[in-house]
Design a protein around this ligand. Structure first.
Ligand SMILES: Cc1cc2nc3c(=O)[nH]c(=O)nc-3n(C[C@H](O)[C@H](O)[C@H](O)COP(=O)(O)OP(=O)(O)OC[C@H]3O[C@@H](n4cnc5c(N)ncnc54)[C@H](O)[C@@H]3O)c2cc1C
Length: 216
């Protein structure tokens, strides 16, 4: 795996030691994320939309309805800024200034490329399902469903990650205070699955739904 070369835009300025350009680490963050925020400028107005994201090799993919305004603007060539954020811990310092979060985040600058081939779109549907809920089995997509879904991909060339994993950073003169400090780790873990009310009799809740979690 290679290092991604920082550009003027992706050079991390504040806490530059937290900037990460190692492809493997960036890809691990993207793979853990369920959701990205895609930002574009529409007539000078910033617009940021949350959406599902999938990484395959050196691209990330998003999808949606052909009437989705964001996808239409991206298709027309609007430059995008895509971010992904994983919050790993609440950092409880001994002061307001010492409060923070440990996190892993990625920022991507790229333009979209549309996927038009029906077979490629079909395999992307399958890949999205396995990324969101590994093990889930669905019926094959209908032609009209594939036709009614736009898939866009973005190259992972101008990308940065930032990782904070240092926990509490309080000044030494706070250490004697009678105040708790520490971290509260956070993790995405599924709750108890609830069967669809119209589930066919005899269909059992699968194990993959009972034990859902993402990440390390
Ligand atoms: C969960 C979370 C909470 C945060 N809370 C705060 C907060 O309360 N206050 C605060 O000041 N900062 C916070 N940050 C950090 C924030 O995202 C920026 O990194 C920070 O504001 C410094 O920006 P800058 O001026 O260096 O960035 P800029 O100069 O605006 O950015 C330069 C380049 O650095 C890269 N970059 C900057 N930040 C990130 C990032 N987070 N992930 C990936 N690439 C990045 C991008 O490529 C960007 O184009 C938080 C980050 C996360 C993920």
């Amino acid at each position: 795996m290679s290092e991604i070369q920082p550009t003027d835009r992706t050079r991390v300025r504040l806490h530059s030691e937290r900037g990460v350009f190692d492809r493997e680490k960036i890809y691990a963050i993207l793979d853990e994320a369920l959701v990205a925020h895609v930002g574009i400028a529409v007539d000078g107005q910033p617009r940021v939309i949350p959406t599902a994201i999938l990484r395959i090799d050196d691209h990330v993919y998003i999808h949606g309805s052909p009437n989705n305004q964001l996808l239409m603007a991206l298709e027309r060539g609007a430059p995008a800024c895509i971010t992904v954020t994983l919050v790993d811990a609440i950092v409880a310092g001994r002061s307001g200034f010492g409060m923070s979060m440990d996190y892993r985040s990625v920022m991507i600058y790229a333009k979209a490329e549309k996927i038009s081939d029906a077979a490629a779109k079909e395999s992307l549907v399958a890949a999205f399902i396995q990324d969101i809920l590994p093990g889930h089995i669905v019926r094959p997509p209908k032609k009209k469903e594939i036709a009614a879904t736009v898939f866009l991909r973005f190259p992972l060339t101008e990308v940065s990650a930032k990782i904070r994993d240092v926990g509490v950073v309080d000044p030494k003169d706070d250490f004697e205070l009678d105040v708790w400090a520490g971290i509260v780790p956070l993790k995405l873990v599924g709750g108890v699955p609830q069967d669809c009310p119209s589930l066919k009799m005899g269909v059992a809740t699968p194990e993959y739904a009972k034990h859902y979690s993402r990440g390390r």
